[in-house]
Design a protein around this ligand. Structure first.
Ligand code: SF4
Ligand code: MG
Length: 331
C-alpha cells in the first residue's frame, strides 16, 4: 500500500546572523497507516525540526524537498490550506501538555472547542464528543473531569487529555514529540500502551519522536536514527536492535539502562557533544565522537573526516557509515 506520509530529500535551513544553519539535510522516510515510525536522536539532531516541517510550521526557514500526505504535496502549500491539514488530518502532542492546554478553560471545553473548529459541530455535540474522548483515553469519571481545569489534572492525566484533544478530530497522522519524557516510568509505560492501543484501533499512522531507544522498542515498527540533521540508520525495529550498524546507534543502545544494572549504576552516555550545525564538517558528523573511527586505519579516519557517508550499505538496512558493522562484525 501507498504510505500515508512520504518525505523525500527534505532539507530545512534557518538563516542566522552567523550564517545559514541546515538543521535537516536530505531526509527521506515513509510512514504507513497503522504503523509507528520512531525518530530517534539527541537534542539538536533535527528530529523535532523534521516534525515541525511536516506540520508546515517553519516560518522563515527554507524548506526544500517533498512532503506528501496521501499524495498531497505539503511543501509550499498556502497557509490557509495548511491550516485545514493541521489539527484535522495531522495532530501533534508534545512533552509538556501545559504548553498546549489553556489554564483558564476546562479540559472538556478545550477538547470540545477543538472539535467544533474542525467539524463545525454544535456545542452540545462537541461536549458529548469531548467526554467520550476522555473516556476513551482512560480518564475515570470523564463527565466530571471534563469540567476541571488542566492544573487539577496530574501529569499523566494531562497527557491523556492532550491525546484526547489530538484525536478528537480523527486525524490520520499523529506526531508525538517526546510525549512521555516528563513522566515517571510507570506513567510513561501507561501512556505508551495507550498510544499503541489507540493506534491499532484507529489505524493511525504515528511518528514518535524521542531520544530514548527504550520508547522506540515499545512502540515503533520502523526506526529512523538521526544525527546532525541527517539519517544515520533506518531499519525495521527488530533489525535495528538485532543488527545495529551505525556506531551512533550502538552508542544509544549501550546507554540504555539494563536489567542487570545496579539501581545506582551510573547512566552511560555517549562521550562528546552533538555537532555544531553552524560549522558542519565535510565528512561524517559523528567523526569526532566515533569509537569505530578512532580505532580504524589512518586511511579510514581520513575518509571519515573528509567524505560524507551516504545512506546505503552492502546488505541489510540503510546506514550512513564508511565502516558499517552488520551482524557478525564487531565494532
Ligand atoms: Fe564513524 Fe566513520 Fe562511520 Fe562516521 S563514517 S560513523 S566517523 S566510522
Ligand atoms: Mg525536541
Amino acid at each position: 500500500p501507498e504510505p500515508l506520509l512520504s518525505v523525500r530529500e527534505l532539507s530545512v535551513t534557518f538563516p542566522t546572523p552567523r550564517g545559514p544553519v541546515r538543521a535537516v539535510d536530505s531526509l527521506s522516510f515513509d510512514v504507513h497507516r497503522g504503523r509507528t515510525l520512531g525518530i530517534v536522536g539527541e537534542s539538536g539532531s533535527g528530529k523535532s525540526v523534521t516534525s515541525m516541517a511536516v506540520l508546515g510550521l517553519h516560518t522563515g526557514a527554507e524548506v526544500t524537498g517533498s512532503i506528501t500526505l496521501d499524495g498531497q504535496e505539503l511543501v509550499g502549500l498556502p497557509e490557509r490550506a495548511l491550516n485545514r491539514v493541521r489539527g484535522r488530518r495531522i495532530a501533534m502532542i508534545f512533552q509538556d501538555p501545559l504548553s498546549s492546554l489553556h489554564p483558564y478553560y476546562t479540559v472538556g471545553e478545550q477538547i470540545a472547542e477543538h472539535h467544533r473548529v474542525h467539524f463545525d459541530s454544535r456545542r452540545a455535540q462537541a461536549h458529548r464528543r469531548a467526554v467520550e474522548m476522555l473516556a476513551e483515553v482512560g480518564i475515570p469519571e470523564p463527565a466530571r473531569r471534563a469540567g476541571e481545569y488542566p492544573h487539577q489534572f496530574s501529569g499523566g492525566m494531562r497527557q491523556r487529555a492532550m491525546i484526547a484533544m489530538a484525536l478528537a478530530c480523527e486525524p490520520e497522522l499523529l506526531i508525538a514529540d517526546e510525549p512521555t519524557t516528563a513522566l515517571d516510568v510507570t506513567v510513561q509505560a501507561q501512556i505508551l500502551e495507550l498510544l499503541a492501543r489507540l493506534q491499532q484501533e484507529r489505524g493511525l499512522a504515528v511518528v514518535m519522536i524521542t531520544h530514548d531507544l527504550g520508547v522506540v522498542a515499545r512502540v515503533a515498527h520502523e526506526v529512523l536514527v538521526m544525527y546532525g540533521g541527517r539519517a544515520a540508520e533506518q531499519a525495521p525495529v527488530d533489525d535495528l536492535f538485532a543488527t545495529p550498524a551505525h556506531p551512533y546507534t550502538r552508542g544509544l543502545l549501550d546507554s540504555l539502562p539494563r536489567l542487570d544494572d545496579d539501581d545506582d549504576a551510573p547512566l552511560r552516555a555517549i562521550p562528546g557533544s552533538p555537532p555544531s550545525l553552524l560549522d558542519p564538517t565535510p565528512g561524517c558528523a559523528f567523526a569526532p565522537r566515533c569509537p569505530r573511527a578512532a580505532s580504524a586505519s589512518a586511511e579510514v579516519r581520513l575518509r571519515c573526516s573528509n567524505e560524507r557517508p551516504l545512506l546505503g550499505g552492502p546488505s541489510g538496512h540503510p546506514v550512513a557509515c564508511h565502516l558499517p558493522a552488520y551482524e557478525g562484525v564487531t565494532s
